[in-house]
Design a protein around this ligand. Structure first.
Ligand SMILES: *Cc1c(COP(=O)(O)O)cnc(C)c1O
Length: 351
């Protein structure tokens, strides 16, 4: 019943992708095909004069092992934001098709849609920040090409209900893109195994959060080989640079370090949540599965501006649906969180 070719834009179906020099002959030898600088690089890093592997084969092999998927099920991009943009460009006709989002959620889905002149159809989460699956299915039309879900959700911090996601995957006629940017922080398991069952599922993950590699820009999309081929056919040929590929390969050997940072963050998140909960200023600390806390406060906007003047940057979410009077605090190091708590106390004292 799910028909990928119905969803794909005609211009993308008919595209003859750019074939980069390195894609055609990837097996070494004398490289006189790509107009690289044969004499070297104005920097000491080895092989940096050469273009990177356009399909990031070594890296995908490692990621495939880590995530228990086939390399053909992996797309790698310059952050997961690249995958979000490519999905919209591949499947949504400007001025005709739509995406569905479930606010409050990550802002890039709407921004990428707007850049591509694609309408956003919001179906807000309920008062517990849970999916309204029935409402989403009622809203879906033939033009609703992609539904963006985020679990754990940014900025609410909760995981979306398993049954609701399952219902969506079974019945939503377009692609369901499930953003798991924060999955490594939470005990709930990834939906990756469900790829075998649901050809409409695309899962987004990233090295920017739990792995601590936001500066490298490496995002992942996992989906059927058919969907991955489409994304690869429209990406820029050398979208993930050599240094990023090299550094992420090295980082993946330090998975234990990542897990230790996650454990530290979790302990610190619970301490911060409890301390915030005891402040008279704070009305509610929402439970979080991620590395941030959504907090409802008295005088949220004034608190935000006060913290900013004091050199502490947090995120103002007060204008997001369901997040009235809410700020989002990323969990910092213990001294950073102590400073935040001290400043909040100072603000309360001045009330
Ligand atoms: C931080 C974040 C990302 C990460 O994006 P990158 O481009 O990979 O850095 C993706 N989705 C959500 C919901 C996020 O909060």
């Amino acid at each position: 019943m799910f028909d990928l070719s119905r969803l794909l834009r005609d211009n993308i179906r008919n595209l003859k992708p750019y074939s980069s020099a390195r894609e055609e002959h990837s097996s070494g030898g004398i490289l006189l095909d790509a107009n690289e600088n044969s004499f070297g690089a104005a920097w000491s890093e080895t092989d940096i004069n050469r273009y990177p592997d356009p399909l990031q084969r070594r890296l995908k092999q490692e990621i495939a092992g880590l995530k228990a998927v086939a390399p053909e099920q992996i797309f790698l991009g310059n952050g997961s934001d690249e995958a979000i943009d490519l999905l919209i460009r591949a499947f949504c006709r400007p001025g005709v098709d739509r995406i569905i989002t479930c606010p409050p959620t990550y802002g890039m889905y709407s921004v990428c849609a707007a850049v591509n002149a694609v309408e956003v159809c919001p179906v807000p989460l309920d008062e517990n920040f849970q999916l309204r699956a029935e409402k989403i299915l009622e809203t879906a039309s033939a033009e609703s090409k992609i539904l963006f879900l985020c679990s754990p959700n940014n900025p609410s911090g909760n995981c979306l209900d398993t049954q609701a996601i399952e219902t969506i995957l079974q019945q939503f006629p377009g692609l369901a893109a499930l953003d798991e940017a924060y999955i490594d922080f939470c005990p709930e398991r990834s939906w990756l195994p469900a790829l075998q069952k649901y050809p409409n599922l695309v899962i987004l993950q990233t090295f920017s959060k739990a792995w601590g590699l936001a500066g490298l820009r490496l995002g992942m999309a996992f989906a059927s080989p058919e969907i991955i081929r489409i994304l690869n056919s429209i990406k820029f040929p050398y979208n993930v640079n050599t240094l990023t590929q090299r550094a992420v390969l090295a980082a993946m050997e330090r998975r234990a370090d990542m897990q230790e940072m996650v454990a530290q963050m979790q302990r610190e998140r619970e301490r911060l949540a409890e301390a915030l909960d005891n402040l008279p200023l704070v009305e509610k600390v929402y439970p979080s599965r991620a590395n941030f806390l959504l907090v409802r406060l008295k005088k949220a906007v004034e608190v935000y501006q006060f913290l900013q003047r004091e050199g502490i940057l947090v995120r103002d979410r007060t204008r997001e649906p369901g997040c009235e009077d809410c700020l989002r605090f990323t969990v910092g190091t213990p001294p950073e969180n102590n400073q935040l708590l001290a400043k909040l106390n100072q603000f309360s004292g001045g009330l």
